[in-house]
Design a protein around this ligand. Sequence first.
Ligand code: SAH
Ligand code: SF4
Ligand code: F3S
Length: 470
Amino acid sequence: MKDNKALAEASKQEEYIRRIKSLNDEYFKETGKHKKMLTVTFGCQMNAHDSEKLNGMLLKMGYVRAQGESDADFIIYNTCCVRENAENKVYGNLGFLKHEKKARPDLKIALCGCMMQQPTVIETIRKKYKHVDIVFGTFNIYKLPELMYRNIESGSPIFDIWKEHELIMEDLPAVRKKSFKASVNIMFGCNNFCTYCIVPYVRGRERSRQPEDIIKEIKELVKNGAKEIMLLGQNVNSYGKGLQEEISFARLLRMVNDIEGVERIRFMTSHPKDLSDELIYAMRDCEKVCKHLHLPFQAGNNDILRKMNRRYTKERYLELTEKIKKEIPDIALTTDIMVGFPGEGEAEIEDTVDIVKKVRFSGAFTFIYSKRTGTPAAEMEQTEECVVKSNFNKVLEAVNPIIREINDEKVGKTYSVLAEEVSGGDKELISGRLEDNSLVHFKAPESVIGNIVDVKITDCKTFYLVGEML
Ligand code: SAH
Ligand code: SF4
Ligand code: F3S
């Protein structure tokens, strides 16, 4: 549903796109060269999808893709601040760009994304990184054309950071990396305020897109060759809250399952506290929904979970995963685990290890807790580094052998695999993903990319499989 304000804003941005395009066309006439752009994504899938929207706008402005920083005329860093090292990477790269800009003063540098929503970061950029031309945040990415134009016109740096969203802009011309695999936002923001997490502060309150807008976008994607659809939200299980129409995530999943031409449906992320029976049944019944659930549990100890404000207990998480396995016996479960939250010592980590052993995840992202200024956990007494390190190793020692065992069981069996790309390590091989999201490399011609093919698994390493196409 588009309101008039959003429509007016969209046509305003279209006008700026046209103006920049004509400048770029002139440049081409004069030099015989296209202006080149580079978008670098530092964050999660949501962040990556925002980059696809930025690329969509930049390509419409007449830019072509650069190979790297050194041949780009316009560089945009789409930043993340979920952990400190994500921020450090951005500052490191920005330091390098200082030299690049000195050598090529026409180079334009833009920053956007979650990190820019923090006032201290903006202060640092104003003070120490004066070579940055444009800075904006997570709520106004659709304004990129206007901000670029204002910067070209004025020749001065442009900062435009909003505290909250105003509009949900539909129809941004996102350019997906792979036409056969597309991410679709179903909601933005997060209301959960886990005490360690910065996301609710930088992405704002939860708001869901209208189901008809989502369905329309997916139908359009399918027309353009999409086979796998990834539905994105920080907390997809609370999709629909606040919309006039009564709709749940389970209902939305069934609607997407009914779209002709969609072959695989994935979604992330699910929060255990909001995972309903209705959703379990929808996953069980919908043949296109991958039998894979990413269900982060973070920590196993009930005291720690309470301090994290996760609003479930170890027992509840175990019950929930039992129920899911009972309804969908071939389900693959993956998770996020955080080690080193304030107060998590040697005794507490045993509960995390216990969950790992009981649930048997086929994959897990493991993170060391990173203190984020402004979150409640930053004020709590922090755990000693040596305890964190040894706890982290204990978790890895529990997680990895189980992943290996689960992968071992696949050897000799045949699975349907979406062939995605030429393998990074060996150009003879194609990399693809099983329904449970595990990675397989197999020999096949490049022409299979974008198709779902049968692959027999012949060998297994800890983090990937090897197979042959049938
Ligand atoms: N909305 C999703 C996760 C978003 S952030 C969810 O709730 O599951 C992705 C992962 O980053 C989280 O699951 C968590 O494990 C990790 N993470 C978030 N804040 C962190 C912090 N301060 N330090 C370390 N890891 C963090
Ligand atoms: Fe962060 Fe928790 Fe929201 Fe996930 S649910 S984004 S971990 S606050
Ligand atoms: Fe994602 Fe990082 Fe922002 S994880 S939501 S890009 S803080």
